[in-house]
Design a protein around this ligand. Structure first.
Ligand SMILES: [Zn+2]
Length: 182
């Protein structure tokens, strides 16, 4: 019983500390970045010249088809603790696409390929179903556009072809077949 006041005061300190850290967390977070998307309030991605780009890396978000660019950006900041969204483009199931980073931005999407790669991600999980035709049409369009901008033929790879640790852009995305039709 003698120790009780000490225990009480320690636990109230603990609660106080928790409140403080919650307050700190709530304070940090986002500011508005390029393309009207949230970016980390302190961190920033490095930049490159467009001439460094030689590879397009195809991804899927492996989440809901209804996820918005904003929600995906927040997830990359909150959960991955990145400077902003990892991808350069997102493509909805409808075929509508969004640029989400400048091409000069070295964002994070593929280990060892971030400096040279452009990350394009299909919103949805294409291990569960095939990607939508409209998404593939938009993806082809984007690849053509990027080859015009960079003035070179770009390698087109699926994330899983570059790192052996992921199904990305989904097991039902036939990469060889897609490349034949570019
Ligand atoms: Zn990926």
């Amino acid at each position: 019983m003698k120790n009780l006041p000490l225990i009480l005061s320690l636990s109230s300190l603990g609660i106080f500390g928790l409140l403080l850290s919650n307050k700190k967390k709530a304070k940090k977070k986002y500011k508005k970045g390029d393309f009207d998307l949230p970016v980390h309030v302190e961190k920033t991605y490095k930049k490159r010249s467009i001439s460094k780009i030689d590879t397009i890396v195809i991804h899927h978000t492996a989440g809901s088809e209804k996820d918005t660019p904003k929600a995906i950006a927040k997830y990359h900041i909150d959960v991955n603790d990145w400077a902003g969204i990892g991808y350069h483009y997102l493509i909805e199931p409808s075929g509508r696409f969004f640029q989400t980073n400048e091409l000069e931005t070295i964002s994070y999407h593929t280990k060892s390929y971030n400096t040279r790669g452009v990350g394009i991600s299909l919103i949805g999980n294409y291990s569960l179903k095939k990607p939508y035709d409209k998404q593939l049409i938009a993806l082809r369009h984007l690849i053509n556009l990027l080859e015009k901008i960079t003035e070179k033929k770009l390698k087109v790879r699926g994330h899983r072809e570059l790192t052996g640790t992921t199904e990305c852009p989904g097991l039902l995305f036939d990469l060889d077949d897609f490349r034949k039709k570019i």
